[in-house]
Ligand binder design. Structure first.
Ligand SMILES: [Zn+2]
Length: 61
């Protein structure tokens, strides 16, 4: 996935991403959702993490 990210805290452009799905975890308690996907982007320099909400991919058939 191509994703342009600049850390708003330190301006670094290196990052790590992780997908979160609601799965009855602590995360689910913090972000009570049904089947939405969240993308966490963490700056590799300062550790600042942004959370993006993603639409579930719906490429049917
Ligand atoms: Zn940063």
């Amino acid at each position: 996935m191509a994703f342009e990210y600049i850390c708003m805290r330190c301006g670094n452009s290196d990052y790590e991403t992780a997908d979160f799905r609601s799965a009855g975890s602590l995360w689910d308690a913090l972000f009570p959702t049904k089947k939405k996907l969240y993308l966490a982007v963490t700056c590799t320099r300062c550790g600042y993490t942004d959370i993006y909400k993603r639409k579930p991919e719906n490429n049917g058939s």
